[in-house]
Design a protein around this ligand. Sequence first.
Ligand SMILES: Cc1cc2nc3c(=O)[nH]c(=O)nc-3n(C[C@H](O)[C@H](O)[C@H](O)COP(=O)(O)O)c2cc1C
Length: 155
Amino acid sequence: MKTLCLYYTRTNTTKAAIKTIADIAGADVAQYTDGRKRTGLLGYIGACFATVDNTISKVAIKGRVKLKDYDRVIIGMPVWAEGPCAIGRALIKKYAGDMPPEVYYVVTHMGKNDYMAKIKAMDDLLGRPSKGQISIRTKNNDYIKEAAEFAVTLD
Ligand SMILES: Cc1cc2nc3c(=O)[nH]c(=O)nc-3n(C[C@H](O)[C@H](O)[C@H](O)COP(=O)(O)O)c2cc1C
């Protein structure tokens, strides 16, 4: 199964989880972004507003990636403002028609809430059911181990 792992990251946590999964699954990895710098307090506040108001105007996958070359895509993103970040949701909406048959969501977050209802709700953007979803807590949790455990469940 040809697998592509995609990630958006602000502070490299989602990147580390996704790279762990990709290593185990033998997958290609690519980053996606809206091109905006989101460092510092202003970046944090802007990220919250973008997520609450759905104001991401552009998002793109970096590099020469053809989604149609893959059988499976694993999309990583952080939680911002109590839900999957606006950039991840914008990516799913923009590329829904090109996504491979199997789509998985890997969502990282600090708090104890698992955000699963909001993670599964991204299927409305995809236009069909995703194959799997995982919510990974990063604070006080070995999130790399959790990512690795998820990866070995993939067939
Ligand atoms: C703007 C912003 C809002 C966030 N909101 C939440 C939240 O509501 N709940 C939560 O558990 N974590 C929240 N976080 C923490 C991130 O989801 C968490 O640290 C994530 O793993 C960071 O991933 P990254 O390093 O790949 O960007 C927020 C982080 C940012 C930057």
